[in-house]
Design a protein around this ligand. Structure first.
Ligand code: TYD
Ligand code: MG
Length: 431
Protein backbone atom coordinates (compact mmCIF):
# COMPACT_ATOMS: atom_id res chain seq x y z
CA UNK A 1 0.00 0.00 0.00
CA UNK A 2 1.16 3.49 -0.81
CA UNK A 3 -0.42 6.57 0.66
CA UNK A 4 -0.18 10.22 -0.40
CA UNK A 5 1.30 12.26 2.44
CA UNK A 6 -0.42 15.34 1.11
CA UNK A 7 -4.04 14.24 0.75
CA UNK A 8 -4.21 10.67 2.00
CA UNK A 9 -4.94 9.05 -1.38
CA UNK A 10 -4.23 5.30 -1.26
CA UNK A 11 -2.81 3.25 -4.12
CA UNK A 12 -1.56 -0.31 -4.43
CA UNK A 13 1.39 0.73 -6.58
CA UNK A 14 3.82 3.60 -6.23
CA UNK A 15 3.10 6.63 -8.41
CA UNK A 16 5.34 9.58 -9.10
CA UNK A 17 2.44 11.95 -8.87
CA UNK A 18 -0.68 11.71 -6.74
CA UNK A 19 -3.71 11.43 -9.07
CA UNK A 20 -5.95 13.03 -6.44
CA UNK A 21 -4.09 16.19 -5.40
CA UNK A 22 -1.45 16.37 -8.13
CA UNK A 23 1.46 16.46 -5.67
CA UNK A 24 4.74 15.05 -6.96
CA UNK A 25 6.58 12.32 -5.02
CA UNK A 26 4.04 12.37 -2.24
CA UNK A 27 3.26 8.65 -2.14
CA UNK A 28 5.04 6.62 0.53
CA UNK A 29 4.75 3.01 1.55
CA UNK A 30 2.15 2.64 4.26
CA UNK A 31 1.55 -0.26 6.57
CA UNK A 32 -1.49 -2.27 5.68
CA UNK A 33 -4.15 -1.20 8.14
CA UNK A 34 -4.93 -3.72 10.86
CA UNK A 35 -8.64 -4.58 10.87
CA UNK A 36 -10.54 -2.07 12.96
CA UNK A 37 -13.36 -2.70 15.44
CA UNK A 38 -16.04 -0.11 16.13
CA UNK A 39 -16.42 0.74 19.83
CA UNK A 40 -19.55 1.88 21.62
CA UNK A 41 -19.11 5.56 22.46
CA UNK A 42 -20.20 4.96 26.04
CA UNK A 43 -17.53 2.29 26.47
CA UNK A 44 -14.59 4.40 25.33
CA UNK A 45 -12.57 5.37 28.40
CA UNK A 46 -11.98 9.08 28.95
CA UNK A 47 -8.36 9.87 28.36
CA UNK A 48 -6.91 12.25 30.84
CA UNK A 49 -4.76 14.87 29.22
CA UNK A 50 -2.03 16.03 31.52
CA UNK A 51 -0.62 19.33 30.40
CA UNK A 52 2.94 20.23 31.04
CA UNK A 53 3.25 23.97 31.59
CA UNK A 54 6.25 25.56 29.91
CA UNK A 55 6.39 28.17 32.71
CA UNK A 56 6.30 30.82 30.00
CA UNK A 57 2.83 32.12 30.88
CA UNK A 58 2.14 33.91 27.59
CA UNK A 59 3.09 30.77 25.66
CA UNK A 60 1.04 28.50 27.93
CA UNK A 61 -1.94 30.79 27.38
CA UNK A 62 -1.79 30.16 23.63
CA UNK A 63 -1.33 26.41 24.09
CA UNK A 64 -4.31 26.25 26.43
CA UNK A 65 -2.32 25.54 29.59
CA UNK A 66 0.80 23.69 28.51
CA UNK A 67 2.27 21.04 26.25
CA UNK A 68 0.54 17.69 25.90
CA UNK A 69 2.86 14.65 25.88
CA UNK A 70 2.79 12.81 22.57
CA UNK A 71 1.77 15.86 20.61
CA UNK A 72 3.47 17.79 17.84
CA UNK A 73 3.53 21.56 17.99
CA UNK A 74 4.46 23.61 14.96
CA UNK A 75 5.94 27.05 15.47
CA UNK A 76 5.97 28.95 12.20
CA UNK A 77 7.17 32.39 11.27
CA UNK A 78 9.30 34.37 8.88
CA UNK A 79 13.08 34.10 9.05
CA UNK A 80 14.46 36.33 11.79
CA UNK A 81 11.19 36.71 13.69
CA UNK A 82 12.51 34.83 16.76
CA UNK A 83 11.55 31.16 16.38
CA UNK A 84 14.93 29.77 17.45
CA UNK A 85 15.07 32.25 20.31
CA UNK A 86 11.65 31.21 21.59
CA UNK A 87 12.49 27.53 21.12
CA UNK A 88 15.70 27.80 23.11
CA UNK A 89 13.98 29.75 25.88
CA UNK A 90 11.28 27.07 26.01
CA UNK A 91 13.90 24.33 26.03
CA UNK A 92 15.58 25.92 29.04
CA UNK A 93 12.27 26.14 30.92
CA UNK A 94 11.32 22.54 30.12
CA UNK A 95 14.81 21.34 31.01
CA UNK A 96 14.22 22.38 34.61
CA UNK A 97 12.21 19.14 35.01
CA UNK A 98 14.01 16.70 32.72
CA UNK A 99 16.53 16.75 29.86
CA UNK A 100 15.53 18.32 26.57
CA UNK A 101 16.97 17.54 23.15
CA UNK A 102 17.47 20.38 20.68
CA UNK A 103 18.05 19.20 17.12
CA UNK A 104 19.39 21.83 14.81
CA UNK A 105 19.74 21.31 11.11
CA UNK A 106 20.80 24.87 10.49
CA UNK A 107 23.07 26.10 13.22
CA UNK A 108 26.13 24.55 14.80
CA UNK A 109 26.18 23.76 18.53
CA UNK A 110 28.60 26.68 18.88
CA UNK A 111 26.09 29.13 17.43
CA UNK A 112 23.40 27.81 19.74
CA UNK A 113 25.76 28.14 22.70
CA UNK A 114 26.23 31.82 21.80
CA UNK A 115 22.48 32.38 21.70
CA UNK A 116 22.10 30.54 25.01
CA UNK A 117 24.73 32.80 26.52
CA UNK A 118 22.82 35.84 25.31
CA UNK A 119 19.69 34.42 26.90
CA UNK A 120 21.63 33.62 30.09
CA UNK A 121 20.64 29.97 30.02
CA UNK A 122 23.98 28.48 28.99
CA UNK A 123 24.01 25.99 31.85
CA UNK A 124 20.57 24.51 31.22
CA UNK A 125 20.48 20.69 30.82
CA UNK A 126 19.76 20.80 27.10
CA UNK A 127 21.39 18.41 24.66
CA UNK A 128 22.27 19.97 21.33
CA UNK A 129 22.91 18.03 18.16
CA UNK A 130 23.43 19.18 14.62
CA UNK A 131 21.66 16.55 12.56
CA UNK A 132 19.49 16.41 9.45
CA UNK A 133 19.05 12.70 8.99
CA UNK A 134 15.73 11.46 10.33
CA UNK A 135 17.02 7.98 11.18
CA UNK A 136 19.79 9.51 13.30
CA UNK A 137 17.34 11.96 14.90
CA UNK A 138 15.07 9.08 15.84
CA UNK A 139 18.03 7.35 17.43
CA UNK A 140 19.07 10.44 19.41
CA UNK A 141 15.58 10.94 20.77
CA UNK A 142 15.42 7.35 22.00
CA UNK A 143 18.94 7.29 23.43
CA UNK A 144 18.82 10.62 25.29
CA UNK A 145 15.41 9.72 26.78
CA UNK A 146 14.58 13.37 26.27
CA UNK A 147 11.40 14.62 27.92
CA UNK A 148 10.81 17.09 25.11
CA UNK A 149 12.34 17.61 21.68
CA UNK A 150 12.85 20.69 19.55
CA UNK A 151 13.46 20.33 15.84
CA UNK A 152 14.88 23.49 14.27
CA UNK A 153 13.73 23.38 11.57
CA UNK A 154 11.40 20.84 9.94
CA UNK A 155 12.72 22.03 6.58
CA UNK A 156 16.12 20.59 7.43
CA UNK A 157 15.00 17.08 8.38
CA UNK A 158 15.82 14.54 5.71
CA UNK A 159 13.52 11.50 5.86
CA UNK A 160 14.63 8.10 4.62
CA UNK A 161 14.58 7.87 0.88
CA UNK A 162 13.84 11.55 0.39
CA UNK A 163 15.46 13.07 -2.64
CA UNK A 164 16.37 16.35 -0.98
CA UNK A 165 15.37 19.24 1.21
CA UNK A 166 12.82 21.88 0.42
CA UNK A 167 10.01 19.81 -1.05
CA UNK A 168 6.48 19.44 0.25
CA UNK A 169 7.05 15.69 0.31
CA UNK A 170 10.11 16.10 2.50
CA UNK A 171 8.50 18.31 5.16
CA UNK A 172 5.30 16.24 5.09
CA UNK A 173 7.07 12.92 5.50
CA UNK A 174 9.41 14.27 8.21
CA UNK A 175 6.46 15.70 10.15
CA UNK A 176 4.48 12.51 9.80
CA UNK A 177 7.33 10.36 11.10
CA UNK A 178 8.19 12.71 13.94
CA UNK A 179 4.57 12.78 15.06
CA UNK A 180 4.52 8.98 15.19
CA UNK A 181 7.66 9.13 17.28
CA UNK A 182 6.13 11.73 19.61
CA UNK A 183 3.16 9.46 20.16
CA UNK A 184 5.28 6.38 20.71
CA UNK A 185 7.66 8.11 23.14
CA UNK A 186 4.84 10.12 24.79
CA UNK A 187 6.82 13.32 24.59
CA UNK A 188 6.01 16.68 23.01
CA UNK A 189 7.96 17.54 19.86
CA UNK A 190 8.19 21.15 18.82
CA UNK A 191 8.77 21.70 15.12
CA UNK A 192 10.02 25.02 13.83
CA UNK A 193 8.92 25.94 10.31
CA UNK A 194 10.11 28.81 8.18
CA UNK A 195 7.50 30.71 6.31
CA UNK A 196 9.16 30.92 2.93
CA UNK A 197 8.98 33.88 0.58
CA UNK A 198 7.31 31.65 -1.96
CA UNK A 199 4.43 31.18 0.48
CA UNK A 200 2.78 27.85 0.93
CA UNK A 201 5.21 25.54 -0.84
CA UNK A 202 7.19 23.35 1.57
CA UNK A 203 6.35 25.78 4.34
CA UNK A 204 4.49 25.37 7.63
CA UNK A 205 1.11 25.68 5.87
CA UNK A 206 1.83 22.42 4.07
CA UNK A 207 2.05 20.49 7.36
CA UNK A 208 -0.61 22.18 9.48
CA UNK A 209 -2.95 19.22 8.91
CA UNK A 210 -0.33 16.80 10.26
CA UNK A 211 0.36 18.52 13.59
CA UNK A 212 -1.72 18.85 16.75
CA UNK A 213 -1.04 22.51 17.36
CA UNK A 214 0.05 25.13 14.82
CA UNK A 215 1.34 28.44 16.15
CA UNK A 216 2.75 31.42 14.34
CA UNK A 217 5.00 34.18 15.58
CA UNK A 218 3.99 37.49 14.04
CA UNK A 219 5.57 40.88 14.24
CA UNK A 220 6.00 44.03 12.24
CA UNK A 221 9.29 44.82 10.58
CA UNK A 222 9.59 48.06 12.52
CA UNK A 223 8.32 46.70 15.79
CA UNK A 224 9.90 44.58 18.51
CA UNK A 225 6.47 43.27 19.56
CA UNK A 226 5.96 39.58 18.84
CA UNK A 227 2.54 37.98 18.91
CA UNK A 228 2.19 34.21 19.19
CA UNK A 229 -1.09 33.07 17.70
CA UNK A 230 -2.62 29.61 17.27
CA UNK A 231 -4.27 28.79 13.96
CA UNK A 232 -4.93 25.21 15.00
CA UNK A 233 -5.15 23.66 18.44
CA UNK A 234 -6.46 20.15 18.93
CA UNK A 235 -6.42 20.65 22.70
CA UNK A 236 -7.70 24.16 23.16
CA UNK A 237 -8.97 27.35 21.65
CA UNK A 238 -7.29 29.15 18.79
CA UNK A 239 -8.36 32.50 20.07
CA UNK A 240 -5.76 33.37 22.65
CA UNK A 241 -2.63 35.29 21.79
CA UNK A 242 0.65 35.61 23.62
CA UNK A 243 2.34 38.99 23.64
CA UNK A 244 6.13 39.31 23.79
CA UNK A 245 8.79 41.90 23.19
CA UNK A 246 12.09 40.99 21.55
CA UNK A 247 14.85 42.42 23.70
CA UNK A 248 18.63 42.14 23.93
CA UNK A 249 18.10 39.20 26.28
CA UNK A 250 15.50 37.34 24.24
CA UNK A 251 11.72 37.33 24.25
CA UNK A 252 10.16 38.94 27.30
CA UNK A 253 6.50 38.49 28.16
CA UNK A 254 4.40 41.61 28.09
CA UNK A 255 2.25 41.00 31.13
CA UNK A 256 0.24 44.21 30.83
CA UNK A 257 -0.37 44.69 27.08
CA UNK A 258 -2.99 47.42 27.64
CA UNK A 259 -0.46 49.64 29.31
CA UNK A 260 2.21 48.72 26.78
CA UNK A 261 0.07 49.58 23.74
CA UNK A 262 -1.41 52.82 25.05
CA UNK A 263 1.61 54.60 26.42
CA UNK A 264 1.21 58.24 25.42
CA UNK A 265 3.08 61.19 26.79
CA UNK A 266 2.18 64.85 26.87
CA UNK A 267 -1.04 66.34 25.52
CA UNK A 268 -2.89 64.01 23.15
CA UNK A 269 -2.97 65.39 19.58
CA UNK A 270 -5.97 65.14 17.23
CA UNK A 271 -6.28 61.72 15.54
CA UNK A 272 -5.56 59.56 18.59
CA UNK A 273 -8.12 57.49 20.45
CA UNK A 274 -8.02 54.60 22.92
CA UNK A 275 -10.12 51.55 22.05
CA UNK A 276 -10.70 48.45 24.20
CA UNK A 277 -10.29 45.49 21.85
CA UNK A 278 -10.63 41.80 22.70
CA UNK A 279 -8.18 39.10 21.64
CA UNK A 280 -9.52 35.69 22.60
CA UNK A 281 -10.91 36.14 26.06
CA UNK A 282 -8.59 38.98 26.92
CA UNK A 283 -9.43 42.66 26.68
CA UNK A 284 -6.52 44.83 25.51
CA UNK A 285 -6.55 48.59 25.20
CA UNK A 286 -4.97 49.91 22.02
CA UNK A 287 -4.36 53.32 20.55
CA UNK A 288 -5.74 53.98 17.08
CA UNK A 289 -4.05 56.80 15.20
CA UNK A 290 -5.32 58.57 12.11
CA UNK A 291 -3.84 61.22 9.89
CA UNK A 292 -6.20 62.99 7.52
CA UNK A 293 -4.43 65.57 5.40
CA UNK A 294 -5.51 67.67 2.41
CA UNK A 295 -4.06 66.68 -0.95
CA UNK A 296 -4.25 68.03 -4.50
CA UNK A 297 -3.57 64.57 -5.88
CA UNK A 298 -6.23 63.00 -8.08
CA UNK A 299 -5.62 59.78 -6.19
CA UNK A 300 -5.60 60.47 -2.46
CA UNK A 301 -3.69 57.96 -0.35
CA UNK A 302 -5.59 55.33 1.63
CA UNK A 303 -3.30 53.41 3.97
CA UNK A 304 -3.94 51.21 6.96
CA UNK A 305 -1.38 49.47 9.16
CA UNK A 306 -2.61 46.78 11.50
CA UNK A 307 -6.18 47.33 10.31
CA UNK A 308 -8.19 46.05 7.38
CA UNK A 309 -7.96 48.63 4.60
CA UNK A 310 -11.30 47.58 3.11
CA UNK A 311 -13.00 48.15 6.43
CA UNK A 312 -11.36 51.58 6.71
CA UNK A 313 -12.55 52.45 3.18
CA UNK A 314 -16.08 51.44 4.14
CA UNK A 315 -15.96 53.57 7.28
CA UNK A 316 -14.69 56.54 5.25
CA UNK A 317 -17.75 56.18 3.00
CA UNK A 318 -20.04 56.02 6.05
CA UNK A 319 -18.42 59.17 7.46
CA UNK A 320 -18.97 61.03 4.17
CA UNK A 321 -22.58 59.94 3.95
CA UNK A 322 -23.70 60.27 7.55
CA UNK A 323 -21.46 62.96 9.01
CA UNK A 324 -21.29 65.02 5.84
CA UNK A 325 -17.50 65.22 5.90
CA UNK A 326 -15.85 65.63 2.50
CA UNK A 327 -12.88 63.22 2.53
CA UNK A 328 -12.29 62.69 -1.19
CA UNK A 329 -9.59 65.36 -1.25
CA UNK A 330 -7.82 64.00 1.80
CA UNK A 331 -4.97 61.55 2.19
CA UNK A 332 -5.93 59.05 4.88
CA UNK A 333 -3.57 57.01 7.03
CA UNK A 334 -4.72 54.87 9.96
CA UNK A 335 -2.76 52.56 12.19
CA UNK A 336 -2.71 50.68 15.46
CA UNK A 337 0.14 51.96 17.60
CA UNK A 338 2.72 49.40 18.72
CA UNK A 339 2.61 47.03 15.76
CA UNK A 340 -0.49 44.98 16.60
CA UNK A 341 -2.66 43.70 13.75
CA UNK A 342 -6.37 43.71 14.62
CA UNK A 343 -9.51 42.54 12.90
CA UNK A 344 -12.51 43.37 14.96
CA UNK A 345 -15.57 45.33 13.95
CA UNK A 346 -15.76 46.60 17.53
CA UNK A 347 -12.92 48.92 16.52
CA UNK A 348 -15.13 50.69 13.95
CA UNK A 349 -16.27 53.54 16.14
CA UNK A 350 -12.71 54.14 17.33
CA UNK A 351 -11.46 54.30 13.73
CA UNK A 352 -14.21 56.76 12.82
CA UNK A 353 -13.46 58.86 15.91
CA UNK A 354 -9.73 58.98 15.09
CA UNK A 355 -10.44 59.96 11.47
CA UNK A 356 -12.92 62.69 12.37
CA UNK A 357 -10.69 63.95 15.17
CA UNK A 358 -7.77 64.36 12.75
CA UNK A 359 -9.95 65.81 9.98
CA UNK A 360 -11.43 68.44 12.29
CA UNK A 361 -8.16 68.89 14.16
CA UNK A 362 -9.93 68.44 17.46
CA UNK A 363 -8.34 66.10 20.01
CA UNK A 364 -10.31 63.45 21.88
CA UNK A 365 -10.22 63.59 25.67
CA UNK A 366 -7.29 61.47 26.86
CA UNK A 367 -9.34 59.76 29.60
CA UNK A 368 -12.09 58.55 27.23
CA UNK A 369 -12.31 55.18 25.47
CA UNK A 370 -14.49 54.45 22.44
CA UNK A 371 -16.00 51.15 21.31
CA UNK A 372 -18.74 50.05 18.91
CA UNK A 373 -19.40 48.51 15.54
CA UNK A 374 -20.55 50.93 12.85
CA UNK A 375 -23.31 49.92 10.42
CA UNK A 376 -23.78 51.14 6.87
CA UNK A 377 -26.66 53.35 7.97
CA UNK A 378 -24.47 55.25 10.38
CA UNK A 379 -25.79 53.39 13.39
CA UNK A 380 -23.61 52.25 16.28
CA UNK A 381 -24.04 48.54 16.96
CA UNK A 382 -23.37 46.38 19.97
CA UNK A 383 -20.15 44.46 20.57
CA UNK A 384 -19.33 41.28 22.47
CA UNK A 385 -17.69 41.31 25.90
CA UNK A 386 -18.47 44.96 26.59
CA UNK A 387 -18.20 44.52 30.34
CA UNK A 388 -14.70 43.03 30.07
CA UNK A 389 -13.60 45.87 27.81
CA UNK A 390 -14.90 48.51 30.18
CA UNK A 391 -13.42 46.84 33.25
CA UNK A 392 -10.04 46.86 31.56
CA UNK A 393 -10.44 50.56 30.72
CA UNK A 394 -11.39 51.28 34.34
CA UNK A 395 -8.44 49.25 35.58
CA UNK A 396 -6.11 51.48 33.59
CA UNK A 397 -7.71 54.60 35.00
CA UNK A 398 -9.94 55.74 32.13
CA UNK A 399 -12.97 57.62 33.39
CA UNK A 400 -15.35 57.80 30.44
CA UNK A 401 -16.52 55.44 27.69
CA UNK A 402 -18.55 56.03 24.54
CA UNK A 403 -20.41 52.77 23.95
CA UNK A 404 -23.29 51.41 21.85
CA UNK A 405 -26.75 52.25 23.18
CA UNK A 406 -28.96 49.44 24.43
CA UNK A 407 -26.31 47.70 26.52
CA UNK A 408 -27.05 46.92 30.11
CA UNK A 409 -23.73 47.40 31.81
CA UNK A 410 -23.20 49.18 35.06
CA UNK A 411 -19.78 50.14 36.22
CA UNK A 412 -19.22 52.59 38.98
CA UNK A 413 -15.64 53.44 38.05
CA UNK A 414 -16.40 54.73 34.58
CA UNK A 415 -18.94 57.18 33.15
CA UNK A 416 -20.85 55.56 30.27
CA UNK A 417 -22.10 57.51 27.23
CA UNK A 418 -24.41 55.24 25.22
CA UNK A 419 -24.84 56.38 21.60
CA UNK A 420 -27.10 55.05 18.85
CA UNK A 421 -25.68 56.88 15.85
CA UNK A 422 -22.38 58.20 14.57
CA UNK A 423 -23.63 61.77 14.96
CA UNK A 424 -24.43 61.17 18.64
CA UNK A 425 -21.02 59.57 19.14
CA UNK A 426 -19.18 62.54 17.65
CA UNK A 427 -21.24 64.86 19.81
CA UNK A 428 -20.41 62.86 22.92
CA UNK A 429 -16.73 63.10 21.97
CA UNK A 430 -17.00 66.83 21.26
CA UNK A 431 -15.56 66.50 17.77
P1 TYD B 1 16.06 34.02 15.68
O1 TYD B 1 15.45 33.39 16.88
O2 TYD B 1 17.34 33.45 15.21
O3 TYD B 1 15.00 34.03 14.48
P2 TYD B 1 14.43 32.80 13.59
O4 TYD B 1 14.84 31.53 14.22
O5 TYD B 1 12.95 32.99 13.56
O6 TYD B 1 15.00 32.97 12.22
O7 TYD B 1 16.28 35.56 16.08
C1 TYD B 1 15.88 36.58 15.24
C2 TYD B 1 16.41 37.93 15.63
O8 TYD B 1 16.27 38.22 17.00
C3 TYD B 1 17.85 38.13 15.29
O9 TYD B 1 17.92 39.16 14.31
C4 TYD B 1 18.51 38.57 16.54
C5 TYD B 1 17.38 38.93 17.45
N1 TYD B 1 17.65 38.60 18.86
C6 TYD B 1 17.45 39.56 19.82
O10 TYD B 1 17.11 40.71 19.54
N2 TYD B 1 17.67 39.24 21.14
C7 TYD B 1 18.06 37.99 21.50
O11 TYD B 1 18.24 37.74 22.70
C8 TYD B 1 18.25 37.01 20.49
C9 TYD B 1 18.70 35.61 20.86
C10 TYD B 1 18.02 37.34 19.18
MG1 MG C 1 16.18 30.04 13.48
Amino acid sequence: MYRCQNCGYASIKWLGRCPQCGQWESLVEAQRDTPSTPQALAQIPLEETVRRPTQLAEFDRVLGGGLIPGSVILVGGEPGIGKSTLALQLAARLAQDAPVLYISGEESPGQIKLRAQRLQIEDAPIFIVHEQNLAAIRDHIRKTAASAVIVDSIQTVLPDGSAGLGTTYQVGQATFELSQLARAQKIPILLIGHVTKAGEFAGPKAIEHLVDVALYIEGGRDSDVRIVRAVKNRFGSTEEIGVFQMTEGGLVEIANPSQFFTERSGPVPPGSVIVPTVEGTRPILVEIQALVAFTRSTFPQRRATGLDLNRVALLVAVIEKHLGAQLSTEDIYVNVAGGLALRETALDLGIVAALVSSFKEKPIDSQTVVVGEVGLLGEVRRVRKLRERLSEAARLGYTRAVIPAGERVELREIELCPVGTLAQAMEALGI
